[in-house]
Design a protein. Structure first.
Length: 98
């Protein structure tokens, strides 16, 4: 084999290897970080704390809604005992006559 051809092949392989490392190394590091984060999330004890917070908020909202339903029922009961007439007539905006 010609000595010049061997040097050219070694140089091309070296350049391709260096270029591949420079291009693929950041991608491989990002993928490694992603896999580490996914594994840590699966292994985290306690599961999902956000889910328990959402559950607590929903229970609070349910309690407040129940209280509003009781108040609404009480107000309707008070109004049904008296005469059924509007408290005040609806207000009509003034008309501009031109």
């Amino acid at each position: 084999m010609d000595e010049g051809l061997a040097i050219t092949i070694v140089a091309v392989v070296g350049i391709l290897t260096t270029g591949g490392v420079l291009v693929l190394r950041p991608i491989a590091k990002r993928l490694g970080s992603l896999f580490d984060a996914m594994t840590a999330q699966k292994l985290r004890p306690g599961g999902q704390p956000e889910l328990s917070q959402i559950r607590e908020l929903m229970q609070g909202i349910d309690g407040r809604l129940s209280l509003m339903e009781e108040r609404q029922g009480f107000a309707e009961a008070l109004l049904s005992n008296g005469e059924r007439r509007p408290i005040a007539p609806p207000v009509q905006p003034p008309r501009d006559v031109h």
